[in-house]
Design a protein around this ligand. Structure first.
Ligand SMILES: Cc1cc2nc3c(=O)[nH]c(=O)nc-3n(C[C@H](O)[C@H](O)[C@H](O)COP(=O)(O)OP(=O)(O)OC[C@H]3O[C@@H](n4cnc5c(N)ncnc54)[C@H](O)[C@@H]3O)c2cc1C
Length: 481
């Protein structure tokens, strides 16, 4: 009889329902292949072992060096769902495993292909309107509830003038004996991991995922919107959901998450701006990056429109925040080291912005995000990193690079007050690396961005700078960030 092969990111009932025999593989070679964050390795093993413990009669975990060995030793025909990477897809083909379309996303591949048609540029907002209509979410007939598709204008408030946002705590898991065994095994394996080990912070069983979802929608979703883009040094989670791990491990279906948020709004418990902002992330962004990963294919990973070739510095790759002086960058790197997670704006406007300004190689950066983040998987990264954050695709995804100076960070974070650098200064010892880096990048890439009408004002301001030579010389030799 044919058994079902599941990967560690396919752990929910929409994958295993209807299958009596399930194979999971713990591949030593896969764990060792890259310098993954220690907490990411923990989540993958913990998730698979919890599923095996829940269904001992149906699930077998095979420990082997490679998937190929495990599958050959298993010796019976296998079927699998489309995996989350081109590499895994190639492997399944090589091993002769039959592949079925994944049940993990709301929109099917065929429907996305029909939507994409002959487009060469893929604006998320267009896709999002399509998704809202297709799944009838926050709609009144053919119109969006409240008359507007996107309420982001209400969701861009700077952080409040206090240390913490002051919203209810996130749901936290309780570790059990399976986690203890995973920790012991990982210690013994001595893998080339990065980041700190620490108490598990993310849901990794179906029961936990449902608890985390319920608690988020009840307690925190009402506060999600207004400060969605703000950063507070002492509040690492703000009002974010922390659901990317259970979503990306396949423990929650995106539509159940979306409907939970919509129901909470319709019951009057959640303001529209918060519900819409959150739903846009899950039904819009998340589905969009998945489908574009397959639609754009492997070639997209090599895009490097700004010819950025700087290797990732060791302090960055090895997660060493003590080497960093800029408070925003240090805090973001600390977050990655401590939790393997920082929120969206830290990923985009601190880490991504720094990498763009310093010309980090986009493919290496893409790989770093995959290995260093607990929710990082190959399919989720290219559109977020190569496209949105580094604009290395020449504008297939976004109309302009997400580049900013210290003024933006000063407005949207509480970091600058206590920082050694001054966000207003672009030259001198205290010149903020983001402010000076912004102008140095604009100067270097002015010919490439001149024609972009959304960059017009920035180009004009660049031409007015009287100290550009000084900025240029200073940033070329900057060693302290
Ligand atoms: C450079 C960069 C790297 C990123 N890397 C990842 C990653 O490795 N894994 C990942 O899931 N998301 C990634 N994102 C998107 C986003 O930052 C995270 O999904 C989010 O921070 C996860 O925390 P949360 O669950 O609390 O999200 P919330 O802020 O509560 O958002 C809700 C959910 O929406 C989804 N979502 C939101 N934005 C995106 C997006 N741009 N792409 C895909 N899904 C999205 C996630 O599933 C998330 O759980 C990245 C974004 C950038 C700019």
């Amino acid at each position: 009889m044919t058994a079902l092969l599941l990967f560690g990111d396919q752990l929910g009932p929409h994958f295993y329902t209807g299958h009596d025999e399930i194979l999971l593989v713990e591949s030593a070679a896969a764990l060792r292949r890259k310098p993954y964050h220690r907490q990411k390795l923990h989540l993958v093993l913990s998730g698979m072992r919890h599923l095996a413990a829940e269904f001992p009669d149906r699930v077998t975990i095979v420990r082997a060096n490679t998937y190929g060995e495990a599958i050959r030793d298993f010796g019976r025909p296998l079927v699998a769902y489309q995996p989350g990477s081109l590499a895994a897809q190639r492997m399944l083909r090589r091993l002769g495993v039959e592949m079925r379309p994944t049940p993990a996303f709301a929109l099917s591949r065929e429907e996305f292909t029909a939507w994409a048609g002959t487009r060469e540029r893929f604006l998320m907002e267009d896709f999002y309107h399509f998704q809202r209509t297709r799944f009838d979410v926050l709609m009144e007939g053919e119109k969006p509830v409240g008359g507007r598709w996107n309420l982001d204008a209400e969701n861009r408030e700077p952080p409040p003038k206090r240390a913490k946002l002051g919203v209810p705590e996130p749901w936290w898991p309780k570790e059990d004996e399976i986690d203890a065994q995973v920790r012991k095994d990982l210690d013994e394996l001595k893998l080339p991991a990065v980041g700190r080990d620490g108490t598990r912070r993310f849901a990794i069983t179906r029961t936990e995922a449902l608890q985390a979802l319920e608690s988020f929608v009840r307690d925190r979703l009402p506060h999600f919107g207004p400060h969605e883009d703000a950063v507070l040094t002492k509040d690492w989670t703000m009002a974010h959901s922390l659901l990317s791990v259970p979503l990306n491990h396949g423990l929650l279906h995106p539509l159940e998450v979306v409907y939970a948020a919509e129901d909470a709004h319709r019951s009057g418990a959640v303001p529209l701006a918060s519900a819409e902002g959150f739903i846009r992330q899950v039904l819009g962004w998340r589905e969009y990056v998945w489908h574009l990963y397959w639609h754009l294919g492997g070639e997209y990973l090599q895009r490097n429109g700004f010819r950025a070739t700087t290797p990732l510095p060791d302090w960055w790759a090895r997660l060493r925040p003590a080497m960093v002086r800029a408070a925003c960058l240090r805090t973001a790197l600390e977050g990655v080291r401590n939790h393997g997670w920082v929120h969206h704006i830290q990923r985009l406007m601190v880490l991504g912005n720094h990498a763009l300004q310093r010309g980090y190689d986009p493919a290496a950066l893409n790989e770093w995000f995959i290995t260093s983040f607990v929710d990082g998987f190959p399919w989720v990264m290219p559109v977020n990193v190569i496209g949105m954050s580094q604009h290395a695709d020449g504008g297939v995804i976004a109309t302009k690079p997400y580049l900013s100076g210290g003024a933006y960070l000063n407005r949207m974070t509480d970091h600058c007050g206590g920082c050694w650098f001054d966000p207003r200064k672009r030259t001198g010892e205290r010149a903020c690396p983001f402010t000076a880096g912004y102008w140095a990048w604009m100067d270097q890439h002015e010919p490439a961005v001149r024609a972009n009408h959304r960059m017009g004002r920035a180009v004009q301001n660049l031409r007015r700078l009287s100290d550009l030579d000084e900025v240029r010389a200073q940033e070329r030799h900057r060693e302290v960030f």
